[in-house]
Design a protein around this ligand. Structure first.
Ligand code: GLV
Ligand code: MG
Length: 350
């Protein structure tokens, strides 16, 4: 049993109090960079000006002999780069790796006040979050941090998917979850070498034409990831944390990337990873609601507000308390984005 009153108490004496609500700001794209790469570090201020979240990656894609350089590069960026309002996150190495302990110890000690969120890869159950939660509290207390560092899990193992609800609810430190289709495909023994996106082999075919066995039969491609994303969105929203689409690996396919991001946005995700500068604009466009949708949502709110909450018709479409709430989701997201982004402020007329 866990005493519910303890949930919001620090897990180490002197650590900052856990947050009651996670901070809400636009996080349409989490832009990955390799902090071991000097050229990328030099470009950080320029990229930071274009993105909502900048993430220094220490895990996969960073070779074993570059791990320490990446950690040091991240600490250099955190302590010296001009990032403006842009949030700085990191993806540390997984809990079973030889680097995790030094990643977390060094980062909290030397840049703890500059890192908002630590992304944990390959989380399998609430025990992984509980371990990182306590360790962070001990380190925050030791180094006198004033606000807690938040945790973000990557959903990329079969066991993690089975436990996703418990992972989301494991700690008030949980900020969100990202979907990790590459590791997840491997963990599930799926037969795809792609990083996210669709697959031409995953189709449903129309029935045979009677007495014409050779007649062509239409096929429609299905979404390999629908079940996982939908389950992740529910688990996150049930715990009041945020769901994200993760990586789309085919950088040369912006249309495929846009479709995958848009599906995730429509299902409830608030952002995605950008692995290449060309994906920043795609994520910005997709995860900012379309101005026409926002305008219609405002009309719904006005119509229902004016008619006292009952049923009303707008352009032939029924509106009631439920559509008011749907519209409010859209308008509040637009307001959040408008406060930060002048381009969308103008487009929304806010
Ligand atoms: C991301 O880390 C993935 O494995 O897809
Ligand atoms: Mg992964």
């Amino acid at each position: 049993m866990r005493n519910p009153r303890d949930f919001l108490k620090p897990l180490a004496i002197g650590a900052p109090e856990p947050l009651r609500e996670i901070p809400i700001a636009p996080t349409r794209m989490i832009h990955f960079f390799d902090p071991s790469n000097e050229r990328m570090r030099a470009r950080v201020p320029e990229i930071a000006a274009q993105v909502d979240v900048l993430l220094g990656n220490l895990e996969d894609a960073i070779a074993g002999d570059r791990k320490v350089a990446a950690r040091e590069g991240l600490i250099e960026v955190a302590t010296s780069a001009e990032l403006g309002e842009t949030a700085l996150w990191t993806r540390v190495n997984s809990l079973d790796s030889p680097w995790f302990l030094d990643d977390i110890t060094e980062i909290v000690a030397r840049a703890g006040n500059r890192i908002g969120v630590v992304m944990l890869p390959k989380v399998e159950g609430p025990w992984d979050i509980e371990y990182a939660d306590r360790l962070l509290a001990q380190l925050e207390a030791k180094h006198g941090l004033e606000r807690p560092i938040l945790l973000h899990a990557i959903l990329e193992t079969a066991l993690g998917v089975v436990n996703v609800e418990a992972i989301c609810a494991a700690s008030p430190r949980m900020q969100g979850i990202s979907f990790g289709p590459a590791d997840l495909a491997a963990s599930r023994r799926m037969k795809t070498t792609r990083v996210g996106g669709g697959h031409p082999g995953y189709v449903v075919r129309a029935d045979p034409v009677p007495d014409q066995p050779d007649a062509p039969r239409a096929a429609a491609q299905q979404d390999l990831w629908h079940y996982t994303l939908a389950r992740m969105v529910d688990a996150c929203n049930a715990a009041d944390i945020l769901p994200y689409y993760g990586p789309f690996g085919d950088i040369a396919d912006p249309l495929g990337c846009e479709a995958q991001f848009r599906g995730a946005f429509l299902l409830g995700c608030v952002g995605a990873w950008s692995l290449h500068p060309s994906q920043i604009a795609i994520a910005k466009q997709v995860f900012s609601p379309a101005p026409e949708e926002v305008a219609f949502a405002r009309r719904i709110m006005e119509a229902i507000g004016k008619s006292g909450g009952g049923v009303t018709m707008l352009d032939g479409k029924m509106q009631d308390d439920a559509t008011y709430k749907q519209a409010k989701v859209m308008v509040e997201l637009a307001q959040l984005i408008a406060r930060k982004d002048p381009e969308f402020r103008a487009a929304y007329g806010m």
